[in-house]
Ligand binder design. Structure first.
Ligand SMILES: O=P(O)(O)OC[C@H]1O[C@](O)(COP(=O)(O)O)[C@@H](O)[C@@H]1O
Ligand SMILES: [Mg+2]
Ligand SMILES: [Mg+2]
Length: 325
């Protein structure tokens, strides 16, 4: 029988500082707990609307609130965490400690899928904290290339944790007895693909470059790309990105004309940046169409950004189409 290394043993061998490993352990333990709550669904009364809205003016589900509380409480109790920020919290929350790390997170990604029993996830990003003062919002506004760790948990047919610290990307599967076991070491995204993920219902609102790119894919073998494309859209970024980590592909949530003042739907600090790091570390690419996601200088905590990520050569096709305008 195959034996798998568990997360604690794997972390012990990682060339990262012990405090950072504590933060990652704390997130991982909380994701294991969240997996139990998600799996119990109606049995734990965790489905349905919470009756409130968050800072983005989006309706909160009960699970958005429950998962936000679980992660916030765990990180406040975790010694090296100086501050946290969440999709569900308007302001950053300093813990009162100085130094160590800042953690940003989307506690429950794919909220629209909770009540229909489709995969959802948790996304997190770890940044260095200032060493001489209690952090404020400005201290969180670091470009994604500063991340010292990032990853996500996907609550699907299997619960998995996908992590990057100092080097590559490794994926752990949650065992029946609650251990994270390394089942998918050194993930890498193949550079070419014939599978795209975009919400096609927004087609009439897209900008020309996105329209041209998708039209080219849809023409298949007879079109400019000379190959047939497949399409997937789960509407949980975590699940769509996880598929790309496993078999390649491209994921796009571009700007569209529904709300022209918004640069996109996804949030830079706790969706695009952590996913951008994971994807790049696995050999893929992540861009907003003009700039590498990880080089964007954030100007506010809940900033939105267009996102194109996945198989390197395919992202390059979209990026150059966007550059043409
Ligand atoms: O419903 P749409 O427009 O297809 O959007 C789906 C996207 O929205 C999101 O659900 C946003 O995440 P939240 O559920 O955390 O708000 C992404 O996971 C997903 O890619
Ligand atoms: Mg999300
Ligand atoms: Mg969310």
């Amino acid at each position: 029988m195959t034996t798998f290394v568990d997360l604690a043993a794997w972390l012990a061998a990682e060339p990262a500082d012990a405090a950072l490993k504590d933060v990652v352990q704390s997130v991982a333990a909380t994701c294991a707990q969240i997996s139990g709550v998600v799996a119990s669904g109606a049995l734990s009364g965790s489905l349905g609307a919470a009756g409130s809205t968050n800072v983005q003016d989006e309706e909160q589900k009960k699970l958005d609130v429950i998962t936000n509380d679980l992660l916030s409480d765990a990180l406040k109790a975790c010694g090296p965490v100086a501050g946290l920020a969440s999709e569900e919290l308007e302001e950053v929350e300093p813990t009162g400690r100085v130094g160590g790390y800042l953690v940003t997170f989307d506690p429950l990604d794919g909220s629209s899928n909770i009540d229909v029993n489709v995969s959802v996830g948790t996304i997190f990003s770890v940044l260095p904290a200032p060493t001489d003062h209690v952090p404020a919002e400005a201290d969180f506004l670091q470009p994604g290339r500063n991340q010292v760790a990032a990853g996500y948990a996907v609550y699907g047919p299997q619960t998995m944790l996908v992590l990057t610290l100092s080097g590559g990307v490794n994926a752990f599967t949650l065992s029946a007895d609650g251990q994270w076991l390394l089942t998918h070491p050194d993930l890498s995204i193949k550079p070419d693909t014939a599978e795209f993920a975009i919400n096609m219902s927004n087609q009439r609102h897209w900008a020309d470059p996105v329209r041209r790119y998708i039209d080219g894919c849809l023409q298949g073998k007879e079109g400019p790309r000379a190959k047939n494309f497949n399409m997937r859209w789960i509407a949980s970024m975590v699940a769509d990105v996880h598929r790309i980590m496993m078999r390649g592909g491209i994921f796009m949530y571009p700007w569209d004309a529904r709300e022209p003042g918004k640069p996109g739907k996804l949030r830079l600090m706790y969706e695009a940046n952590p996913m951008g790091l994971v994807v790049e570390r696995a050999g893929g690419r992540a861009t907003d169409g003009a700039e590498r996601i990880l080089d964007i200088q954030p100007t506010k905590l809940h900033q939105r950004v267009p996102v194109v990520l996945g198989s390197a050569n395919e992202v390059e096709v979209v990026r150059s189409e966007m550059q043409r305008g």
